[in-house]
Design a protein around this ligand. Structure first.
Ligand SMILES: *Cc1c(COP(=O)(O)O)cnc(C)c1O
Length: 401
């Protein structure tokens, strides 16, 4: 049997089943703590919400944490708390999930795209500065792939122009920048607990901040803009409440918070496992001319939500789409993060964006692949990814003179 024949051409795949790019880890203890809440008095807002908030705040070293129903709600609540509205501009990178920019629009603001740096795909501070106008109110700093943005550079720009910084840290729970934890580096930091993220509550989100006023605004916002919650009224024996602003039902349930508290206990070990997988990939791919891992800065601790490589297409007889299809056929669940947000039809139609606006992100988009990385991957899984990359890129390699 010829093991070099690509699965997409009828050869034997490296793996019989698809290895996903990310996956949750739920154990017996997780199931036990959720079952306990199911048997308690409080299914939604109860004692587990404040407990989970305290646990996340303590983990990152922030004063406050506010739990919400998902990462998108976290971004929306943060944009609300910053008071952003019609006429206000917020600078956002294009290399992110659409929610980073959508949250600005939910409150009537305008997202303005600033390009990323070629090696890290993180927001480029020089591009941020170039996009500032008298209407600019805030910067959304996306910690892409799990690597913190250059917060020192962004903070200098923000102070100079009186802007707020909202960190979209949905990729970066547990990352550090120059010794400081993600979650403490911006005015507000948003996290997601979707199953592919570092810890999961099914759906879930959190905002951390050192500002109790902003935290209070977000607690109101997640509960319809109402000044007390059901449990507080029960405890006081009172029926009276007031709605003082327009909010949403963005509450996270006690069931989910119990799961989150338990998941958080495993996070340090999971981060180490992600970093170990990344080191193995770095070593293997350092020797392959057709791929370049993204740059990792020496002054950060990278949380590796994603492991992203760029294909050197000039060395290959294939496109990224061909490589993607060939790797999938080998049983490797590669993915692409992301289609630049400013290229989506909604943004082109309503905000007049399009190709040419962020050339660095657009060029990167043609070449990137996200490889499987999650704590439960075995060493054999990791080697399968490396074997499949060698096989596919070897088959597509051009002999460079
Ligand atoms: C996952 C993610 C979100 C949204 O989180 P949800 O919990 O899915 O709503 C926002 N921004 C980024 C960068 C993300 O990766």
């Amino acid at each position: 049997m010829d093991s070099s024949k690509l699965a997409i051409q009828g050869g034997t795949p490296v793996r019989p089943n698809l290895l996903p790019y990310g996956r949750q880890w739920v154990d017996e203890e997780d199931i036990r703590v959720v079952t306990e809440v199911l048997q308690s008095d409080w299914l939604t807002t109860g004692p587990k919400v404040a407990e989970f908030e305290r646990a996340v705040a303590d983990f990152v070293g922030a004063r406050e944490a506010v739990a919400v129903s998902n990462g998108t709600a976290a971004l929306h609540a943060a944009i609300y708390a910053l008071g952003i509205g019609p006429g206000d501009e917020v600078i956002v990178p294009p290399m992110t999930f659409a929610a980073s920019a959508n949250a600005v629009i939910y409150q009537g603001g305008t997202p303005v795209f600033a390009d990323v740096e070629a090696d890290t795909l993180l927001l480029d501070p020089a591009q941020v500065e170039a996009k500032i106008t008298p209407r600019t109110r805030a910067i959304v700093a996306v910690d892409y792939a799990g690597q913190p943005c250059d917060y020192d550079a962004l903070s200098i720009i923000a102070a100079k122009h009186d802007l707020a910084i909202l960190a979209d840290s949905c990729h970066a729970l547990g990352a550090r920048y120059r010794g400081a934890a993600v979650g403490t580096l911006a005015d507000l930091s948003a996290f997601s607990f979707h199953p592919v993220k570092h810890i999961t509550t099914g759906e879930g989100g959190m905002i951390t901040t050192n500002d109790p006023v902003l935290a209070q605004k977000m607690r109101l916002f997640r509960n319809h803009g109402i000044t007390s919650d059901h449990r507080e009224r029960e405890q006081k024996g009172s029926w009276f409440y007031e709605m003082v602003d327009l909010g949403y039902n963005y509450r996270l349930t006690d069931l989910q918070c119990a799961l989150g508290i338990n998941q958080l206990r495993d996070l340090p070990a999971w981060l180490e496992r992600r970093q170990a997988i990344a080191r193995r990939y770095d070593a293997a791919f350092g020797e392959m001319a057709a791929i370049r891992p993204l740059g990792a800065r020496i002054d950060v601790s990278h949380a590796y939500h994603l492991y992203v490589v760029r294909l050197e297409l000039s060395r290959l007889s294939a496109t990224r789409a061909d490589c993607f299809a060939a790797l999938r056929a080998e049983g490797i669940g590669v993915n692409v993060h992301y289609v630049p947000v400013h290229l989506h039809p909604f943004y082109r139609e309503h905000f007049g964006t399009g190709p040419g606006l962020c050339p660095v992100a657009e060029a990167a988009y043609e070449e990137i692949l996200s490889l499987p990385i999650f704590p439960r991957m075995s060493d054999a899984d990791v080697e399968d990814v490396i074997t499949a990359m060698r096989k596919v890129l070897g088959a597509f390699a051009l002999s460079v003179a």
